[in-house]
Ligand binder design. Structure first.
Ligand code: NZQ
Ligand code: ZN
Length: 387
């Protein structure tokens, strides 16, 4: 087992109606609040009005229209400007992972004198940030319990996942009823994203029985409960378990003591959504089985066998490569069964920029150091297979 040094400082407040604690929670941070949100889903579900009512004694400034795959310009820059001009005490992010990620970049950017992109691109290290509280409305990214934020810069086709301990939210409110209105498309994409977060930690050289058990249970829980959520969007128990499985997925808890993996599918997907602005979870679902096939080898097969037997119940008394291939097919079929388009062409991507994207990934994502190393040619092959 590898050494580690780990702390998650985020307070999770979970369950139906927990928003009643919002005024008490916010009171510890100050009166001037920047409320951040997306295109309007929080207004449709009544959450915007509820927040305004609960925080009627606070000074609320607003940043709206944060897009999926949140953009540096205008959203991050606009948010930083509001914070600096108004001396904001706390950011309240209400929405999906994109709203929260954007808020994380704003929180550190607002306490930095230079260009906030310096922090996102690791040219400078943040020393201070504005505290973040969030009310997450979409089960997917786990941003509510992690130190990552993913920001896109359109003009350079960059989509950077940047990590900083200052990014941990102080408090995350998780009320599964707010996810009842999430569309089938976003529910399925959220499942694929969270499953891939687990797989990015599962497929490695050195894991533990403990971690494997957690992760296998996480994958099974996501598959079973996502299907229930798709059948009945207001199934509280299924939405609740899906939400928690997503929350756990990305904060590193599953891979404490495990060896480095490189998170290759995310490295590849970030280029797809940077170049084509596609839905992150859909891009991951398309890439994952093709990546699996591409890296299957004498070195990697043992992990696919364990995954196939323990997650999909494949008969262990078969040739190891047969089991691995069945596991990869089962992965593909599961994503297909929840309605995810399983080809790049289905999400508007053709072969015209594959070489350019492969080059971009090879330069920026460090995947030559992944558990199963990927060079530019490997990346072209995986992307071509995904068409
Ligand atoms: O903009 P609004 O109107 O709010 O609508 C959103 C958006 O259109 C809608 N939505 C959210 N909650 C809803 C709802 N619709 C109905 N009812 C609700 N309760 O869903 C759409 C997608 O929202 P978005 O926030 O983009 O989705 P998600 O949470 O999947 O976030 C995706 C982003 O997170 C990044 C991705 O790359 C992508 O940019 N990631 C962040 C990670 C992290 N911070 O740790 C890890 C992940 O790997 C991921 O990369
Ligand atoms: Zn992800």
């Amino acid at each position: 087992m590898q050494n580690f040094d780990y702390q998650t400082p985020t307070r999770l407040i979970f369950g139906e109606g927990v928003i009643a604690k919002l005024p008490e929670v916010m009171s510890q941070f100050g009166k001037k609040v920047l409320l951040t949100y997306g295109a309007g889903s929080i207004k449709k579900i009544g959450l915007y009005d509820k927040v305004k009512e609960l925080l009627k004694d606070y000074d609320i400034y607003e940043l709206s229209d944060i897009q999926p795959n949140p953009k540096y310009d205008p959203s991050v820059l606009d948010g930083v400007k509001i914070c600096k001009e108004n001396d904001i005490d706390v950011i309240l992010a209400v929405g999906g992972g994109s709203v929260l990620d954007c808020s994380k970049a704003i929180a550190t950017g607002a306490k930095y004198d230079g260009d906030p992109w310096d922090l996102i691109s690791y040219k400078a290290v943040a020393t201070e940030s504005i505290p973040i509280v969030d009310i997450i409305t979409l089960a997917a990214t786990g941003s509510e319990y992690d130190q990552g934020g993913v920001i896109s810069r359109t003009e350079t086709n960059d989509k950077i996942g940047y990590m900083d301990n200052l990014n941990y939210p102080k408090v995350s409110f998780l009320d599964p009823t707010y996810t009842f209105t999430v569309s089938k498309k976003q529910t399925a994409a959220g499942c694929a994203d969270a499953m891939n977060h687990i797989m990015e930690q599962y497929f490695c050289e050195d894991s533990t029985l403990l971690n494997d058990g957690f992760m296998e249970a996480g994958l099974k829980s996501l598959m079973i409960n996502t299907k229930k959520c798709l059948e009945n969007p207001e199934d509280y128990t299924a939405r609740a378990e899906m939400m928690l499985a997503c929350t756990y997925g990305c904060n590193g808890i599953y891979s404490l003591g495990s060896s480095y993996t490189g998170w290759p599918c995310h490295g590849i997907e970030h280029a797809l959504s940077a170049y084509y602005d596609i839905t992150h979870g859909e891009g991951l679902a398309i890439i994952t089985p093709r990546w699996m096939k591409h890296i299957l080898s004498d070195k990697t097969v043992k992990r696919f066998v364990k995954y196939g037997v323990n997650v999909f119940g494949i008969d262990a008394n078969q040739d190891k490569f047969d089991i691995a291939n069945q596991a990869i097919d089962a992965t593909y079929k599961f994503f297909e069964s929840i309605g995810i388009p399983m080809h790049l062409k289905d999400v508007g991507i053709d072969d015209s920029r594959i070489k350019e994207m492969a080059h971009h990934i090879a330069i920026n994502e460090g995947l030559e150091n992944a558990w199963a190393p990927l060079n530019e040619d490997d990346l072209v092959k995986i992307l071509m297979e995904s068409l």
